[in-house]
Design a protein around this ligand. Structure first.
Ligand SMILES: *Cc1c(COP(=O)(O)O)cnc(C)c1O
Length: 354
């Protein structure tokens, strides 16, 4: 059935093993981030076979799924700051979570106490990207509060960059984590074992040998799945960029003008289309749309170009692909966003190559 997302488990495993090796030789023990694959069991197994022992996800549903299939053989880390209303579930199924709010930490402490557990946390500090994290001097007051929480163990500090503000990790901004750790320990708030220096955008520092000594944890998703670092979008040498292939079927192929005919107002999503004049050309309509993916896709056939689409249709300029016909399957390499949407969409069939 199409649309279909073909998942090559061997390629994922090879990417994961290579990244693990680079990280470990830089003194980093990273976790694998499974949110883009919705905690998919086959993919999770490939990550474990590659050697990852800690898996991280933003959603409790995915972490529960991982727990169900792997039991206590892996550690689980919740990436998205826990919602107050999820505290009980968080301490029940996650070994660790990333946190920035004292009120939530107090709730996690209470729920962990009820279950007779100690919940481990990494406190997030905002190094300037302006998504999550404790800002400036607030870290000290958090330390004063968490010191008294008997069922919370603060095991480290972490930062997340290149997500909202596009701030790139550098030896300078990551060194701030090391200073904050020293400050925390000198203040008597306890020893910190982990410094979690970001996501796949920090990989370029690992490869260049510039990641500051002391950063000993990273949270890697995209690097493993799409084979690139994300600070500059460069391929990671030796990795596969085609572990996921999205496939869709051609349902119409006709010669038509490239520019709409008639009075133009808004498209299906309320935008006014801006369309380039290419003359009369061959156009393909594919049975895949925004309900399946987003359109940041790269056709494997370089003669095809994406024109746009709507909920259920994707339009291609097929002027340079005269052999393409109705019923053919067109293959694409998805971007991170397109992969996320395709994995999440119930309309996209998933198939696996072992
Ligand atoms: C998604 C996420 C990651 C992983 O990001 P990639 O770019 O896929 O490596 C790491 N940390 C946090 C907090 C995240 O939400």
């Amino acid at each position: 059935m199409f649309p279909q997302l073909e998942v090559n488990l061997q390629k994922i495993k090879e990417n994961a093993a290579l990244i693990l090796q680079h990280c470990r030789s830089a003194g980093i023990d990273p976790c694998a981030v499974t949110k883009v694959v919705c905690g998919d069991s086959a993919v999770v197994n490939a990550l474990v076979e590659a050697g990852f022992t800690q898996l991280a996800d933003s959603r409790l549903e995915n972490i529960s799924k991982i727990r169900m299939s792997l039991g206590n053989s892996v550690e689980t880390l919740l990436l998205r700051l826990p919602a107050l209303s999820h505290a009980r579930e968080v301490v029940r199924c996650c070994n660790l979570s990333l946190n920035s709010e004292v009120s939530v930490l107090a709730e996690l402490n209470a729920r962990a106490g009820e279950l007779g557990l100690t919940h481990r946390v990494i406190l997030m500090v905002d190094l300037g990207d302006l998504r999550e994290g404790i800002w400036g001097d607030e870290l000290r007051s958090v330390g004063q509060r968490t010191r008294k929480m008997r069922h919370i163990e603060v095991v480290g500090l972490g930062a997340n960059l290149t997500c909202y503000g596009g701030v790139v990790p550098t030896p300078e901004n990551l060194s701030k984590l090391i200073e904050l750790k020293q400050d925390w320990e000198l203040s008597g708030y306890g020893q910190l074992k982990l410094l979690s220096g970001g996501n796949s955008s920090s990989l370029y520092l690992v490869l260049d040998g510039r990641i500051p000594a002391g950063i000993n944890h990273l949270r890697i998703g995209e690097g493993i799945f799409l084979g690139r670092e994300t600070a500059y979008g460069r391929p990671l040498p030796g990795t596969h960029d085609d572990a996921f292939i999205l496939k869709a079927e051609v349902i119409e192929l006709k010669e038509k003008p490239s520019v709409p005919v008639g009075q133009v107002n808004r498209d299906a999503f309320g935008n006014i289309p801006v369309i380039e004049e290419r003359g009369i050309h061959r156009r393909a309509v594919l049975a895949i749309g925004k309900q399946d993916t987003d359109f940041s896709l790269r056709p494997l056939n370089p003669d095809l170009n994406i024109l746009g689409g709507s909920s259920d249709h994707l339009l291609l300029d097929a002027a340079d692909a005269p052999q393409l016909k109705v019923g053919d399957i067109v293959e694409f390499i998805p971007s991170y966003g397109a992969l996320l949407a395709a994995m999440t969409s119930p309309y996209v069939q998933k198939s696996y190559i072992p």
